[in-house]
Design a protein around this ligand. Structure first.
Ligand code: RP5
Length: 163
């Protein structure tokens, strides 16, 4: 099936974080593509990717970046598709720079900003699935099953001292 979610990141070094978004999409059976697209190093590719995303059939974009993290905001500037931003943890400032760069969009061009790091990436995958679930019953079913399993797993292991 054609990809519905585009997962992009500013650098190959972001993969360790962004793979958590992709793992969720795989688990829920959401068709997706994965690309490195840098706002700073490949600005023309960024424009092309964002401008053609909708006509290629993408319905949600997840964009992860670290440091001066312009990628999610610039993508959002070039498409009206929902853009979910994942702040990647930077070495120097532990991702606070990434978070503030992504979350502080001026009114008019939204980026749905998630938490710093792997949890944010995982939740971006889940949120993308939740957006698509309104249209695709199979994804809604997979999302509900995921949440049910998660709850069952916690309830099955109430004593934290047991493995
Ligand atoms: C950003 O710069 C990327 O998103 C990455 O998080 C950060 C560092 O990139 P590398 O120098 O590791 O390629 O554009």
């Amino acid at each position: 099936m054609r990809p519905l979610v585009g997962v992009i990141m500013g650098s190959r070094s972001d993969w360790e974080t962004m793979r958590h978004a992709v793992e969720v999409l795989e688990r829920l059976g959401v068709p997706h593509e994965v690309r490195v697209v840098s706002a700073h190093r490949t600005p023309d590719l960024l424009f092309e990717y964002a401008e053609t995303a909708e006509s290629r059939g993408l319905e949600v974009i997840i964009a992860g970046a670290g440091g001066a993290a312009h990628l999610p905001g610039m993508v959002a500037a070039k498409t009206t598709l929902p853009v979910l931003g994942v702040p990647v943890e930077s070495r120097a400032l532990k991702g606070l720079d990434s978070l503030l760069s992504i979350v502080q969009m001026p009114g008019g061009v939204p980026v749905g900003t998630l938490a710093i790091g792997p949890s944010g990436a995982k939740n971006a995958g889940l949120l993308a699935a939740a957006i698509l679930a309104n249209k695709y019953p199979q994804i809604k079913q997979a999302l509900k099953a995921f949440r049910k399993e998660q709850t069952a797993d916690v309830l099955a292991h109430p004593d934290p001292r047991e493995g």
